[in-house]
Design a protein around this ligand. Structure first.
Ligand code: MN
Length: 138
């Protein structure tokens, strides 16, 4: 089972995102700020982080940059989630090291597509650096 850490400070948005990720079959954990997110990630590395960009204190952009500085987290998928569906937010999120961007209110189909793209891309990076190449599927 894949695991996700939902980083979100708004309880209503957190409950919604937790429901969506449970529906997608993920084991779900949550963090309401950057410090809690770092604790959770260091305690047990998830496959995926859903990153709210607007957080109190250290925001999602800065937290993503911190995570990307750690080579041990190279396989970690980070998908940005933002209330401001602005072009600049998406560009800033990707520049900070996010793999994808989902605007709020979250559309489940769009969310699923972004997550699948991110997981596939990270897996490809992992395979490229791994000693055992994967066989192509028929
Ligand atoms: Mn927020």
């Amino acid at each position: 089972m894949k695991s996700v850490l939902v980083v979100e400070d708004n309880p209503v948005n957190l409950a919604l995102m937790e429901q969506l990720m449970l529906m997608k079959g993920y084991e779900v954990r949550s963090a309401e700020d950057a410090a809690a997110a770092l604790r959770e990630i260091r305690a047990r590395l998830p496959d995926l982080v859903m990153m709210d960009l607007q957080l109190p204190g250290t925001d999602g952009f800065a937290l993503t940059r911190m995570l990307r500085e750690d080579p041990a987290l190279a396989d970690l998928c980070i998908v940005a989630v933002s209330a401001y569906a602005m072009r600049t937010d998406e560009e800033r999120a990707l520049a900070a090291g996010c793999d994808g961007f989902v605007p709020k209110p979250v559309d489940l189909q769009h969310l699923s597509r972004v997550i699948e793209d991110c997981l596939a891309r990270r897996q490809a990076v992992g395979l490229a650096t791994s000693a055992t190449p994967r066989q192509g599927g028929a």
